[in-house]
Structure formats: structure tokens, C-alpha cells
Ligand binder design. Sequence first.
Ligand SMILES: [Zn+2]
Length: 465
Amino acid sequence: MQLYNTFSRQLEEFTPISGKKVTLYTCGPTVYRDIHIGNFRTYLTTDILRRILKANEYEVTSVMNITDVGHFRLSKETNKVIDPVVEEANKLGITPLELSKTYTEQFVKDARKLNILEADVLPKASDHIEEMIEVIKVLLDKGYAYEADGNVYFKVEKFKDYGKLSGNTLGKMDQLLEAVRVSVETDKKDTADFALWKRADDRVMSWESPWGMGVPGWHIECSVMSMKYLGVSLDIHAGGEDLVFPHHEDEIAQSEALTGEKFVKTWVHTSFLSVEEEKMSRSKGNVFILSDLINKGYTPLAFRYLTYQTHYRAKMNFTWEALDGAATALNKIYDIAGKLPEGEGYADKYEVEFLHVLNQDMNMPKALSIVWEMLRSDFPDQNKAAALRRMDEVLGLKIFETAQKLTDIPENVLELSYERDKLRKEGRYMLADQIRHKIENMGFEVLDGKKVEGKKTETKILRKL
Ligand SMILES: [Zn+2]
């Protein structure tokens, strides 16, 4: 199995540290608002990776952290460093832990809708403060960190390998350093140094430490939680491309300074998702969350299918048109699967090829084309059925489960669905949505993008479970 390793910048034959066991850590969400589809693209990559490893008979232990404290950022409005969880909770008049609990649950629900396998451990940063303090103490003892006025910083200069992941070695990091140059950190000895512990005077959410009341830095959270649950050396560490620097670079520095062991064998990063060729941004109003897709009548699995059409290391351009195309294609697969007999046997040629391309750095666009090739081939139907079932273990598109839900549709439900299609074509989504609710109340759910055979509707209707 070949994987691209960001650290070596090349494709490598993947071999776990210990036999068939694989440890996988993914940087999870910061839980103060709904997770957008760009983040979910990253989590889908991890999910696919897990499923491919399983298809190769590896035994995977997967950990994804929940950041509920310490992911500081510079507020554009106030030009102050803020913890978004605390800030958002203050706005709503609830506690930060109440807020993060709500959004963690929402994240888990959304991930489930995308058929993302839940991590074996989903640790929260706020549950691991003691361990973080212990690690920071050791880094201080070893001379890799220093205290300044209630803050503790990591001394980047002391860690000789700093910059190897991102290429931002000391001396040529000026540009990217702007990203970490935080105005209030005036007590740092060097601009490249980063916070392990930050003084927190407001006490809304802070903990006692040998350096006074404070909160951990975001980077130390990941080092501590990954090593606690998976050991000092991980097989795979995954995350979005935007985390390479400084987050992952800093994770390496802290972890290796602490243990003296190599922290991660293979780094896997998912590229960005843009919307209509534009960077997602709140000011442009093009930051979409899963419920935006669902409210327009798309199933989350159509988005899952859509992500397969772009290799995870290439920039993905999200458009509604493309999502519509993905929904149509996926519905066609459901339709075909619904007509296949209960099957046994193999479709060797296609299955071998399928696994082969999965093992070529997760080539999902190719994998999809092999699925289609097989479905269109004149291979016996029962072999196709059995093969498709196995392929879906990796694809996670719930193919047979959904196909089974296909059912005859009563005339009155169809009439409503024609009406809804008409409204959608006219862009009257709110009214269309009301009709969708009506259909749902009649015991059916709606899935868009498919012509129901012999009828005029372009909507596929599935009976609710
Ligand atoms: Zn992380």
C-alpha cells in the first residue's frame, strides 16, 4: 500500500511500526460552531484511509481529538487574541463547556450522516489538562521551554529539526511567521517560539498550574492526547493541509523534544475545498455546512460521493452543479443495486484493480471509475452484486441498504414531488422545503436527482425506515 508522506514529500510503501496494527491520529474539530464541508472532506479522507487499511487486513486504532479549549486566534474585530469557544459562549450567555458539548454532539451526528466511522477514542482537550501540565513541566526541565509572566513558550531554536515537515526552517520562515506572530505575545524571546501554556486572567475557563491560572496551547493538546492513546510514535497522523504549519510542525517539535523518538511515520494531509473556485469565507457567505446541503434536498452521501471525484491531495472545487451530478450518479448506483439479485462469487478482475488503485495513495476517482466499469460490464449479475457489496465496505455509500429502501410510491406522494420539483426549478426553495416536510410526514423521504422510471418526476422517493 502506497501513501504520500508530507514529511518525505514522496510516495512511500506503507509499513506499520508493529506488524498488522496501525495507529491513526486525526486533528479533529474546534467545537464552537458547525463544522463546514471543507473540514468534513478531511475527515472523509481519514475515514477512507481507515477503510482501505481494513481492506488490507490491518487492525486500526483511530483517535480524533475534540478541541474545546486553547485554539486561540486573532480576532479581526478587536485585534485581540481570543479563544473562539469562550467568545462564542459569552455571546450566547452559556458556559464554554455547554457550547462545546452542543457542537461536539452536532459534529458526531453530521459525521454519522456521512457514514464516517466514529473514532475509537474521541478525547476532549479539557479532559487532559493535567497530562498537558505534566508534559510542559518535562519540557521546561529539559530546557526546551521557558516561562515568561505566566506563559510558557517552546524554544524553537533548541529543537534542531524544526521545520522539516513544512520547510519552514529557522532563517527562512519570515513569511509564514506572520501567521503566528501574535501581537500580545510580546514576552517571547524569539518570534518563532510558540505557546505551550497561556496565562488566562479572566478565569472563565482556566486551570491552575505551576505558572498560575491558564490554558494549554492548541499544539500541546494534540501531542499529549495522541501519545496518551496511541503511544509515543504514531503510524499515521492526518489532518487538513492548513495544519502543516505551524500546528503539525509544533506537534513534532514538542513530542520529539519530550520523548527523543520519532513522533510520526507518515503524515497525510487533505487539500482545500473551495466553493465555485473561491476560498470559503464567512464574509462571502459561501461557508457551507452539512445541513445546507440537506436543506436543498441532497443526501449527505451524495457529498461523500462527490469528494471521491477529486483526489484528496488535489484542491476540490465544490459547486451545486457538481453535487447534483454526484447525487444523480449515486442514485443510479442505488437503482442498479436494487435490481441486482442476492449475489455470491467474485468479480476478480475489477476487485483486484479496485484494491490496487485504493492502495495507490487512495485513488478514489479511479476506484469510482472501476465500480462503473464493473456495473456496465457483462459480468454475471450475482458476481457484480457480491463484489459491489465488498467494494461498498470501502466506499461507505450504503449502497444495498439504500437500494432496499426503494419502494412503490403512491400517486399522491408523487404529485407532491412533481410540485416540489417545479418549485425547485424556479428557485423557490423555501416552499419546496415545506413540501419535502409534508412528504416526510407521510412516511417517505426524498432524495434528489433521479428520474423515477415511467413517471414524470425527477425526484427519487424512498420510504422512511
Ligand atoms: Zn492537532
